[in-house]
Design a protein around this ligand. Structure first.
Ligand SMILES: [Zn+2]
Ligand SMILES: [Zn+2]
Length: 280
């Protein structure tokens, strides 16, 4: 099953009413090749001291997109762009370490900054929880700041020059790994997943693969996540050109995860750190 994006956007209104990203590029934007992925938070389950849960800033010439919004991410996001420059938000699943900052981001946009139209994407389960927290349960609208679009496996859309597509992962709730294409560059994020997933289904040409590595090799199979070793195997099977590990549960031995990944992947493996930027 090929899920490489065709550019057949079902939804191309992200960013309307918010031209800041196009007119006011983020600091460092001159260095943008096609895609820059900046780590806003790389802790899994809960955040380490001084850290943040899952969140990444996906920047291109045309858009600044927040990918996942775990606790602590809004503070980190503002280290890189003003909230007025945010084009859209994409969340991968309803576990709180990936989206629980959405209501707080909505507070900022809707009540403090008067920003409208930051298109927000996520699964149906995430929408239900988000609406419950902000008191919009049972209504169609979350308000003008963050209009919602429900996505599922096979959804495709464009955000300015970014083409997004999704693959269901091996995780207990509906979890969608995104592939982002800009020009001829491609970025894939595993979101959370067990080992029973094949990112080659996204098609060829993955330049940067950001893969979770929650487990130690000894704990493989004990939770619906992968180890560094398994992340390396997933990256190798997908023929990804570059592998970065993320989603570290606090107190794990990150270097041991990286070493296990390198052996399985057969090439150099990098690890996510808050503030690090990966340019492709
Ligand atoms: Zn997670
Ligand atoms: Zn999860």
């Amino acid at each position: 099953m090929g899920l490489a994006p065709e550019g057949d956007a079902e939804d191309d209104h992200a960013g309307e009413g918010n031209n800041a990203a196009r007119n006011n590029k983020a600091e460092g934007a001159d260095d943008l090749s096609n895609i820059t992925v900046t780590i806003l938070g790389c802790s899994g389950t809960y955040a380490e001291a001084g850290g943040a849960c899952t969140g990444y800033l996906v920047q291109s010439e045309g858009a600044n997109v927040l990918l996942d919004a775990g606790p602590g991410v809004v503070a980190q996001l503002q280290q890189h762009i003003a909230l007025e420059e945010l084009t859209a938000v994409v969340t991968t699943h309803c576990h709180p370490d990936h989206w629980a900052e959405l209501p707080v981001l909505r507070n900022a946009l809707q009540y403090c900054l008067g920003i409208r139209g930051v298109q927000t994407y996520g699964t149906a389960e995430t929408e239900t929880l988000f609406k419950a927290i902000v008191g919009a349960h049972g209504t169609d609208e979350l308000g003008p700041a963050m209009p919602w679009t429900t996505i599922t496996t096979g959804s495709t859309f464009t955000i300015a020059d970014q083409r997004w597509s999704f693959l269901r992962t091996d995780h207990p709730v509906e979890t969608l790994a995104p592939r982002v294409d800009v020009g001829d560059k491609s970025f894939v994020f595993s979101s959370d997943t067990g080992p029973d997933v094949d990112f080659a289904e996204f098609g060829p040409g993955i330049d940067l693969f950001l893969c979770e590595a929650s487990l130690s090799v000894e704990d493989e199979g004990l939770a619906p996540h992968v180890s560094g070793r398994e992340a390396g195997l997933l990256a190798k099977a997908a023929e990804a050109q570059r592998l970065v590990l993320t989603h570290f549960v606090p107190r794990v031995d990150v270097e041991a995860h990286r070493e296990a990944a390198e052996i399985a992947y057969g090439a150099r493996v990098e690890v996510a750190e808050i503030g690090a930027a990966f340019v492709i």
